[in-house]
Design a protein around this ligand. Sequence first.
Ligand code: HEC
Ligand code: HEC
Ligand code: HEC
Length: 112
Amino acid sequence: MKRQTNIIILMAGFLLFSTFLWAQNKGAKEIIVPGGTTGSVPFKHHLHQNALKDCNLCHNLFPQTAGIVQKLKDEGKLEKKKVMNQCQKCHREKVNAGLKAGPVSCRGCHVK
Ligand code: HEC
Ligand code: HEC
Ligand code: HEC
């Protein structure tokens, strides 16, 4: 009886936690980030969320709003290529550490 109660409490806790995770707005699964004359940058948002866990590895530079990177750049509030350098820096570190990483070459990210 006691064991059963424990399992029920555990399951209720798990359900609550899942709902909490699910309720968070994770934004679009895939995003096309404008990349100037070099071409736009298709970006797998949820793949990164799952691989990295921490939203602020990117959202330290811009809020969780669609189209905000280009908007802030246009308004002069975000330096051009600042986000790009952050993307590239992490990929390079992962490559150097022998871990799964994203592209470090222009054409790996930018498409025309
Ligand atoms: C590896 C980088 C990265 C990580 C990590 C990341 N994001 Fe994002 N996120 C982006 C980019 C890039 C955009 C697009 C901004 C734009 O359109 O200018 C974005 C946009 C968004 C948006 C608005 C997009 C939409 O279409 O609705 C939301 C909401 C969001 N992110 C939530 C999250 C949450 C929650 C996490 C953590 C669980 C997270 N992000 C982790 C890079 C990231
Ligand atoms: C890891 C992915 C990635 C790589 C590798 C990369 N870029 Fe980017 N690039 C981006 C993203 C994302 C943006 C848009 C955000 C920003 O400006 O920081 C961007 C923006 C740009 C812009 C537009 C800046 C502006 O004027 O607004 C240019 C030009 C550019 N990249 C050129 C390059 C060149 C050249 C290379 C290779 C030497 C390169 N990129 C490599 C992701 C990448
Ligand atoms: C903190 C580390 C980190 C940051 C920041 C980061 N990435 Fe990545 N990226 C990764 C990792 C790790 C992978 C490999 C994920 C996997 O395959 O499981 C990856 C994979 C990718 C891929 C290949 C996806 C595929 O399989 O098709 C692209 C393209 C990419 N990243 C672009 C970007 C762009 C653009 C940004 C910036 C907006 C960015 N990344 C920011 C760590 C990062």
